[in-house]
Ligand binder design. Structure first.
Ligand code: ZN
Length: 261
């Protein structure tokens, strides 16, 4: 099954430190097995949601913030069977590379893409896409057999990014703030809606929620976006899996009770 599982939907320092939402990143089965932005707790959450880190083909890190790279070395150890076997890819933004030890780098194949560059993990083609006003990070566009999935990563809103988001079946937007909080370095619900309205994915998913977003209710914000854009929009929950065949949500074994915040 080609699928996306949210090992964490929290973002920003205070949610990270309180773990009001988890911060494990995303687990993707898209022909290849990938963990995307393994923040603190990625290994624990992977195991909790019955994912096998030894089966990873690649670890992707979008930028140098702790909530995106913290468990990258740990996942390298898991992917390489405890550093016993050279295997897998570490795809990492150039500024985040400095946080990875030489010891961990030597057991993986390193890919350090610039925004606009394509690379492959086995049969899966991926485009590194730019971000706006956020640490020169990169987002990712996955050209899977079940359709194109785009992950904005943390970014501000810029019209120039819209073309990179187009033609996506699923658009995953790191929407840290509710509509009421304006900020240039991140998306809020309002700017996320501006993107969705323009690029019209089949499904929009908001995630990476900060404290003010959790207090405002991500579900309510997603509903507002859906009304505003006419595009089905959901607020991700910890442990949620999306089956790409029919874009349905399915439950994971080992899933904890959701929405306890
Ligand atoms: Zn972040």
């Amino acid at each position: 099954m080609n699928s996306i599982t949210f090992l964490g939907t929290g973002g920003g320092r205070f949610v990270l430190l309180s773990q009001r939402r988890y911060s494990g990143g995303l687990w993707l089965y898209l022909e290849s097995t990938i963990i995307l932005d393994p923040g603190p707790g990625a290994l624990i959450r992977a195991l909790q949601f019955k994912k096998d880190p030894k089966k990873l083909d690649a670890i992707l890190v979008s930028h140098r913030h702790l909530d995106h790279y913290n468990d990258a070395e740990l996942m390298v150890e898991a992917m390489t069977y405890g550093m016993k076997k050279d295997r897998g890819y570490l795809v990492i933004n150039k500024d985040a590379l400095g946080y990875i030890s030489d010891y961990h780098k030597k057991s993986v194949r390193l890919i350090i893409p610039n925004a606009g560059e394509k690379f492959r993990i086995n049969d899966l083609e991926i485009l590194a896409i730019p971000t706006y006003r956020h640490e020169d990070g990169i987002g990712f566009k996955f050209f899977s057999k079940r359709g194109t999935i785009t992950y904005t990563s943390d970014t501000g809103y810029s019209e120039e990014l819209l073309d990179y988001y187009r033609d996506s079946r699923i658009l995953i937007l790191n929407t840290i703030f509710p509509a009421s909080k304006e900020i240039e370095t991140h998306l809020n619900t309002k700017t996320a809606a501006m993107i969705v309205k323009e690029v019209k994915p089949e499904l929009a998913i908001i995630q990476h929620f900060g404290m003010s977003m959790l207090n405002a209710s991500p579900e309510r914000e997603a509903k507002w976006m859906e009304n505003e854009t006419g595009v089905r929009t959901i607020a991700a929950r910890d442990g949620m899996t999306i089956d790409l065949k029919n874009l349905m949500e399915s439950k994971e074994e080992g899933q904890l009770k959701l929405d306890e915040f």
